[in-house]
Design a protein around this ligand. Sequence first.
Ligand SMILES: Nc1ncnc2c1ncn2[C@@H]1O[C@H](COP(=O)(O)OP(=O)(O)O)[C@@H](O)[C@H]1O
Ligand SMILES: [Mg+2]
Length: 155
Amino acid sequence: MIVWTVANQKGGVGKTTTAVALAGLLAEQGKRVLCIDTDPHASLTYYFGIDSEELESSAFDVFSAGKNITAELMRRSILPTEFNNLSVMPATMALATLDRKLGTQDGMGLVLKRGLAMIADDFDYVLIDVPPVLGVLMVNALACCRRVLIPVQTE
Ligand SMILES: Nc1ncnc2c1ncn2[C@@H]1O[C@H](COP(=O)(O)OP(=O)(O)O)[C@@H](O)[C@H]1O
Ligand SMILES: [Mg+2]
């Protein structure tokens, strides 16, 4: 499992577009791809036509589990898309409350790393879309990836 994070503290620079485009290209090549949306705005989630208000389980549940994360909870929070080889862990608005609720709890920066290690055989590539905020969500995404892609606007 190869994990790439798309991050930049600036909004509107093409993070979500980059994550979705790369995921599509990799899936087309036959790689098993997981997109993780950690942005409370849930734009990546909406890209795939998923209504983030109607979810039984999402990235929020994964982060809320903290140290008690399990493979079962990871898999329950991942949805198939209409595209072959391409799955999504959707975001919900509730993610915006995580920093206040859990940000200072011990081990909160490594929840996603632990969770992905538990399902390492399920996917070839993981692409993580991150909100433009240096908080617990970005820390998680940076702590578990091999590469960070930083889209910038050429202005
Ligand atoms: N390479 C690009 N060239 C022109 N417009 C782009 C490009 N990438 C993204 N956009 C547009 O810029 C806007 C912001 O992109 P988005 O991926 O949502 O940014 P972010 O996730 O960083 O907030 C969207 O309207 C998107 O369609
Ligand atoms: Mg975005």
